[in-house]
Design a protein around this ligand. Structure first.
Ligand code: 5GP
Length: 188
C-alpha cells in the first residue's frame, strides 16, 4: 500500500501491516461478483445467508451489488479449537431465522480455509430442502483444505497467510479495517 493510500485509510502506521488487498481492489471484486450473481440468479428466489461475524462487511457490500430482489439471513457457527477443527465438528451458535424451502440459498463467507465450515453448513442447509445451495466467499485459501469442497464464487485466491480486515478479525478486533492485511508481528 502506498503512503498516500495508507494516509487516506486513516489508520496509523504502527497498525497497518502488509496490505494484501486494498479497499479499491476489494470493491472492484465485489462489484464483479455482484454482477455475476445478478446474471445467474435473475429468475430465482435468492436468499443470502451470511456467516457471522466475519462475513458481515462483505454481505453489506455484496448485497448492494446484486440488482435483484433478495432476502438475507444469518447463521453463526463455532468450532472448539484444534481438536474439533480437525474432526470437522462445528456447532451452530445462532440458527437461521426462517425456513429455506423454495429458496435458492447463497452462503456468503469471508474465507474458505480448511473447508470444514462450508462442508458442514452445506450438509445441514441441504437437509432442509432448499432449491439449491451455493457459496460465495471473498477469499479462498485452497492450499489449506482438509476436506475437498467447491467454492462457487470466489473474490480472491490467497496463499496460506493469516489475514485480518474487511470483516476478518484478530482476537475479535480489526474487522473494521477497509483493506485486508497480514497483521504486524507485535499484534500476535
Ligand atoms: P474453515 O474453512 O477452516 O472451516 O473456516 C473458515 C473460517 O476460519 C473463517 O470463517 C474464519 O473465521 C477463519 N479463518 C480462516 N482463515 C482466516 C484468516 O486468514 N484470518 C481470519 N481472521 N480468520 C480466518
Amino acid at each position: 500500500m502506498t503512503a498516500e493510500l495508507r494516509e487516506r485509510s486513516g489508520w496509523a502506521d504502527e497498525i497497518v501491516g502488509e496490505v494484501v488487498l486494498t479497499s479499491d481492489e476489494i470493491q472492484e471484486a465485489v462489484k464483479k461478483l455482484g454482477k455475476k450473481i445478478t446474471e445467474d440468479y435473475h429468475d430465482k428466489n435468492l436468499l443470502l445467508v451470511a456467516i457471522l461475524r466475519g462475513a458481515s462487511v462483505f454481505l453489506a457490500d455484496l448485497m448492494r451489488e446484486i440488482h435483484l430482489p433478495l432476502e438475507i439471513d444469518f447463521i453463526s457457527v463455532s468450532s472448539y479449537g484444534h481438536l474439533t477443527k480437525s474432526s470437522g465438528v462445528v456447532r451452530i451458535m445462532k440458527d437461521l431465522a426462517a425456513p429455506v424451502e423454495s429458496k435458492h440459498v447463497l452462503v456468503v463467507e469471508d474465507v474458505v480455509d480448511t473447508g470444514l465450515t462450508w462442508a458442514y453448513l452445506k450438509q445441514i442447509i441441504e437437509a432442509r430442502n432448499p432449491e439449491s445451495v451455493k457459496i460465495c466467499s471473498l477469499l479462498d485459501k485452497p492450499e489449506t483444505r482438509k476436506v475437498p469442497v467447491t467454492v462457487d464464487y470466489v473474490g480472491f485466491t490467497l496463499e496460506n497467510k493469516f489475514v485480518v480486515g474487511y470483516g476478518l478479525d484478530w482476537k475479535d478486533q480489526y474487522r473494521n479495517l477497509p483493506f485486508i492485511m497480514v497483521p504486524k508481528k507485535h499484534m500476535k
